[in-house]
Design a protein around this ligand. Structure first.
Ligand SMILES: Cc1ncc(C[n+]2csc(CCOP(=O)(O)OP(=O)(O)O)c2C)c(N)n1
Ligand SMILES: [Mg+2]
Length: 306
């Protein structure tokens, strides 16, 4: 029986040599910009919650931002339906930042009127649908959208825990049988709350998907690799991408159990430096942090004045 946790949980799973180096510098820097904005955002949310400015429950995706960044580079213009840990997905797909800040600050101008908090953040005009908290339920909803016929492809993102829900597995089967235009992306951090995959199941999602007759890949969260497979598979839907990634903070809230198994963000920065893009990436990182800080300050002032 295969062990889904090991030895596949490596930062090099599925690596394709020369992929990053073959990419145009502007694309690589945009990929990193999306990661930097998402990371600066969630680090700010963490500090804001610790300072008492954000009171709602927050699901931080620090460590996992390469998945949304890579995916958004290859699936621009799609409907995207994510799960509760969705700030990076929202921002990478072009969700308006003030609407999510206002939501987390409990303001009526937030994307859910300040009543929903972290999971249901959405920006329908940009094709981003939020989550209601029932793990994996976005997957059958996304399949329904693809079945109903939309003017754009559908992408749905879910966790490795959600992959075990009966309605997620039957949704994969339905999409495979009907050849629906949908990309399933499992953001596989190896954890369902605190339970690692090896204590929950023996099977691998990519193998199950292939059994249903869909193309599927199992890769690490190298953002160039995620973008590569997203672009390739968008022409061959339905398909599944299982992405091994690492969560740096607790399931919910701001706590930490120490560093993840690998630090993709630092790895990407080192790679950019080796490609001669170190100065640009440092500038992008600085500007991302400044933009995030400025927007939070502005929204807090609006909240105080109202
Ligand atoms: C149907 C359902 N069952 C259980 C829960 C409780 N629950 C909330 S998050 C979670 C774990 C989800 O793990 P995963 O899908 O891997 O996402 P991650 O938190 O790792 O991003 C569980 C079991 C729930 N919200 N909905
Ligand atoms: Mg998980």
């Amino acid at each position: 029986m295969s062990d889904p946790s090991s030895p596949d949980r490596t930062p090099d799973l599925g690596a394709i040599a020369g992929l990053a180096e073959a990419e145009a510098a502007s694309q690589s820097l945009e990929l990193f910009r999306r990661m930097a904005v998402a990371r600066a955002f969630d680090e700010h949310v963490r500090r804001a919650q610790m300072a008492g400015e954000v009171r709602t429950l927050v699901y931080l995706g620090v460590g996992q931002e390469a998945v949304a960044a890579g995916l958004s580079m290859g699936a621009e213009g799609s409907w995207v339906l994510g799960q509760h840990r969705g700030h990076a997905l929202y921002l990478s797909f072009g969700g308006r930042i003030e609407r999510v800040i206002d939501e987390l600050l409990g303001m009526p101008s937030g994307c859910c009127g300040g009543m929903g908090g972290s999971p249901p953040i959405h920006d329908f005009e940009r094709g981003i649908v939020g989550h209601n908290g029932l793990i994996g339920d976005q997957v059958p909803v996304a399949v329904g959208m693809a079945m109903g016929g939309t003017n754009r492809p559908v992408v749905t993102v879910f966790g490795d825990g959600a992959a075990e829900e009966d309605y997620v597995l039957t949704s994969l089967g339905t999409a495979a049988s009907r050849r629906l235009p949908i990309l399933f992306v499992c953001e596989d951090n190896d954890l369902s709350v605190l339970t690692p995959t090896r204590d929950r199941r023996t099977w691998k999602l990519a193998e199950v998907a292939r059994g249903f007759g869909m193309e599927a890949v199992d890769i690490a969260d190298d953002p160039w690799l995620v973008a590569h497979w997203t672009t390739a598979l968008m022409d061959r839907l339905p398909a599944v991408i299982n992405v091994r990634t690492c969560r740096e903070y607790w399931h919910v809230g701001t706590g930490s159990d120490g560093p993840g198994e690998w630090n993709r963000y630092e790895m990407v920065k080192s790679r950019l430096a080796a490609m001669g893009l170190g100065d640009e990436s440092r500038r992008i990182e600085r500007e991302a942090a400044q933009m995030v800080e400025a927007r939070w300050t502005e929204r807090l002032q609006i909240r105080s004045a109202s």
